[in-house]
Design a protein around this ligand. Structure first.
Ligand SMILES: NC(=O)c1ccc[n+]([C@@H]2O[C@H](COP(=O)([O-])OP(=O)(O)OC[C@H]3O[C@@H](n4cnc5c(N)ncnc54)[C@H](O)[C@@H]3O)[C@@H](O)[C@H]2O)c1
Ligand SMILES: [Fe+2]
Length: 433
């Protein structure tokens, strides 16, 4: 190895920083960041006001074993005759959708099955389903599957009624007309998409995930049926369950949290923390599956109103760039972001620790908060979720930082703002090698 000493290998920028010139630069960057934070906080205040005028859409909910078939009957009550069933080939193969298809037929409703959904659906998958919907003349849409099927179905239903290409709906509140009547049966307990005003569609050209946000895509009715989740493999159970936990926590620590979202977020956190590991170890445990289905739904109720935060902003970049499954990406990032934010959210995390009986009321807020974060680390470890992300490449960190901070600061009411350097440090901690 060549030893460069005594030559000075420091860059001119480093030399300038070390000679004291850098203190002006650091000061300038701190001032710029403080001004930006004021702007982002104002933006969130505007969002809070705007949200008061957005119609509050909620699905009718059926829950418990057999509720999926009851939902099929409901589609009949609405008078629909031909429904596009949006699902994936694996669920068809496993026979998960069979009881619902029989239920629809028994009501005289013709199901048209579109099973082309892949994890992280793309706009072209949405277009394909839309073509089928139009050529068959379907009058309604039923999603049976995880977030991927539900999100794709939401955008199909919106594009069909508005007669515009699916790409046009990226962004917030873009659609003019309501979506085609939409129903949802989740088969993972994770995304809460059955209740949210959001859909995430992957853009293959930009390697990015695009968000469609509109109350018009909240389903009319949803069924939380644990029997459809019994065969969900342990790894997917773990990852999707941690996605639901992330929704509950990010909604609870959000600047837009309200008494209502707090109630849902607390209940969701308790139900998920108390049941996820059981569902992971014993997939046939119907009580744990039912609690997870409800917990994930409550988490959806909370975050569709209070939004998510840095965990999702970073996880979406991993999904777009590396196709990391959404739940896994969130699970890996969640404890890192909580460690970063804890000084600003001690009291909120302490509430959650007490809610989950992880500590005693007499303990300090910071002790309780740390117990809560430690529980998240422990759950990940027990379910084989790593502390770092193998796919993450050091050279991608600047791009990921830029995109994650842009997504977070212009969309999410995060409790403690992160600058570029802090985000890069956090991402460095996620590197495996
Ligand atoms: N709309 C929202 O509010 C929202 C929120 C969070 C995430 N998302 C999006 O949802 C998508 C992820 O959804 P997901 O995590 O539910 O996973 P998914 O829908 O992509 O499904 C993951 C895998 O699980 C399989 N699977 C699903 N249910 C099964 C069952 N019961 N038995 C056996 N296998 C089953 C599927 O075939 C698939 O291979 C991502 O695109 C993400 O960005 C949306
Ligand atoms: Fe999520």
């Amino acid at each position: 190895m060549i030893n460069d000493w005594p030559f000075d290998t420091r860059s001119s920028e480093q030399l300038w920083l070390e000679s004291g010139g850098g203190s002006h630069k650091v000061f300038r960057e701190e001032v710029v960041f403080s001004v930006q934070v004021v702007f982002f906080k104002l933006l969130m205040l505007v969002m809070k006001v705007v949200l008061k005028f957005i119609p509050d859409a909620r699905p009718t909910v059926f829950s418990g074993e057999g509720s999926a078939v009851k939902l099929a009957q409901t589609i009949g009550h609405f008078g629909h005759k031909k429904v596009l069933v949006v699902t994936d080939a694996m669920l068809v193969k496993l026979g998960v959708i069979d009881p619902v298809i029989e239920g629809l037929k028994a009501r005289g409703i013709e199901p048209v099955i579109y099973d082309g959904i892949q994890p992280d659906p793309t706009f072209s998958v949405v277009e394909e389903g839309l073509k089928r919907l139009r050529s068959e003349g379907c009058d309604s849409v039923l999603a049976i599957g995880g977030g991927s099927s539900m999100d794709a179905a939401k955008v199909m239903a919106l594009a069909a009624s508005n007669q515009r290409p699916p790409q046009d709906f990226e962004g917030k509140f873009v659609a003019k007309k309501p979506a085609l009547p939409l129903f949802a049966i989740p088969t993972t307990a994770g995304t809460g998409s059955e209740v949210t005003a959001a859909a995430v569609i992957s853009d293959t050209e930009e390697n990015a995930k695009k968000l469609v946000m509109d109350p018009k895509i909240v389903p009319l009715a949803a069924a939380l049926d644990p029997t459809l989740m019994a065969g969900l493999p342990p790894q997917i159970t773990a990852a999707t369950g941690m996605d639901a936990l992330t929704h509950a926590i990010e909604a609870y620590i959000s600047r837009l949290a309200t008494d209502e979202t707090d109630a849902y977020a607390r209940a969701a956190t308790r139900m998920i923390i108390n049941n996820l590991e059981t569902a992971y170890e014993d997939g046939g445990n119907m009580a744990a599956r039912e609690a997870m289905a409800l917990g994930s739904f409550y988490a959806g109720m909370a975050f569709t109103r209070a939004f998510v935060g840095y965990v999702h902003a970073i996880a979406h970049q991993f999904g777009g760039l590396y196709h990391t499954p959404h739940g896994l990406a969130n699970a890996v990032v969640l404890p890192h972001v909580l460690e970063y934010s804890k000084d600003h959210i001690n009291s909120r995390l302490a509430d959650l620790a007490l809610e989950c009986e992880l500590g005693q009321p007499g303990e300090s807020e910071s002790q309780l908060a740390q117990k809560f974060i430690d529980k998240v680390w422990a759950m990940n470890q027990a379910m084989g979720i790593p502390r770092t992300l193998d796919a993450l490449k050091r050279e991608d960190i600047p791009t990921i930082t830029k995109a994650a901070l842009f997504e977070a600061h212009f969309t999410y009411p995060v409790p403690k703002y992160m600058d570029k350097q802090q985000c890069q440090t956090l991402l460095n901690n996620l590197l495996t090698a």
